[in-house]
Ligand binder design. Structure first.
Ligand code: FDA
Length: 310
């Protein structure tokens, strides 16, 4: 409950225009802890750095609430450029995409623009032997994202496209069951958006319990699981679960965000687990950065200290 109140307070304050302007102008040096840089070379450089520690990358071009079809198409072009650049650099492209940023919900030529653009992105990733994960956004987008995921798996296969389920939503266990026939590649997260209590569990203990249930169910079904959390107690439990149930190390991976718990990322990789860091980059870093701050009270102090230092 307190977590929820804290998150709400930070996301409400960070949504104010003057706060955004202030943070944007004063906190880029702080944001760089969580954001790899503003362009493709910086993002690929981050992948190379992580590779040295045996950690894989998951590239994410930042951009939210892009509204016109032109902007959405331009954003999709930039993701396609990222795939080309990664491939040219000898990096197997693995990217995450928010369908809202490529036009989800906008009808153009009789089709949802998000789906049209996702098709181009997933098609190119397939051509390069890469992978695209469709990030999950706030709850009104869950139905459409899962429906578009289903379409894309049908066209490109579950080895090229995956999506995300959020354990804080009451509906998620049913969503997992409903996707069963696809043998989907799923990233399980707790959920990062400010959601009403009518749709999302307000208590952290319930969210954590739901998280474990979802991961275990996906593993038992024999499907690939991206265990995306920094929660050490969950990670320890997952390690025990896979041992007890004979789940192979190539049926799952741990995923964490760039700049968060680097020690744990390295430790898991050294223990022989597959570990992937989610590497955001791009000029539009503010909303992503605000969500990271909203996850942990200590991060507010970290930002304020950084801003005072200039
Ligand atoms: P929890 O919040 O309980 O934190 C556990 C511990 O991790 C904390 O005690 C702290 O030590 C550390 N920690 C967590 N967040 C931190 C932070 N910001 N700074 C410093 N330490 C921190 N969400 C979503 O809604 N849609 C999505 O598509 C994705 N995608 C995604 C990909 C990947 C790879 C990850 C890791 C996460 C996401 N998320 C997401 C975000 C997710 O929903 C969630 O908000 C964060 O992962 C934080 O939750 P934890 O599971 O880490 O647990």
């Amino acid at each position: 409950m307190i977590d929820q109140m804290y998150r709400k307070a930070v996301l409400t304050v960070s949504g104010q225009k003057f706060v955004e302007d202030l943070v944007r102008s004063r906190a880029w040096s702080v944001a760089q802890r969580f954001v790899a840089g503003e362009d493709i070379p910086a993002a690929l450089q981050a992948v190379r750095e992580l590779e040295k520690d045996g950690i894989l990358g998951n590239l994410d071009l930042l951009g939210e609430f892009i509204d016109s079809p032109e902007q959405c198409n331009a954003f999709a072009e930039r993701v396609l450029q990222l795939l080309d650049a990664a491939n040219a650099a000898g990096i197997r492209p693995y990217v995450s995409v928010k369908l809202s940023s490529v036009g989800q919900g906008q009808l153009v030529n009789g089709e949802d623009l998000g789906l049209t653009n996702a098709r181009r992105i997933v098609g190119k990733a397939k051509q390069y032997g890469g992978f695209v994960c469709l990030d999950m956004e706030d709850h009104p987008r869950v139905d459409i994202t899962l429906a578009q995921f289903r379409t894309l798996v049908g066209e490109f296969g579950n080895d090229t496209v995956g999506t995300v389920l959020q354990s804080y939503l009451y509906r998620t266990a049913d969503d997992l069951a409903g996707l069963g026939d696809l043998h989907p590649n799923l990233r399980i997260v707790k959920g990062a958006y400010l959601e009403p209590e009518s749709v999302a569990m307000p208590d952290k203990a319930d969210v954590d319990a739901s998280y474990r249930r979802l991961v275990y169910a996906q593993m038992k079904a024999g499907n690939y699981v991206n265990v995306a959390t920094h929660d050490e107690s969950i990670i320890e439990d997952v390690k025990h679960f896979v041992l007890a149930h004979g789940i192979r190390k190539d049926q799952f991976e741990f995923q964490m965000l760039y700049g968060i718990r680097r020690d744990l990322q390295k430790e898991l990789a050294a223990q022989g687990y597959r570990v992937r860091a989610y590497i955001p980059y791009g000029r539009d870093w503010y909303a992503y950065f605000s969500r990271r701050i909203a996850e942990r009270p200590a991060n507010v102090l970290f930002v304020l200290r950084g801003m005072l230092k200039g």
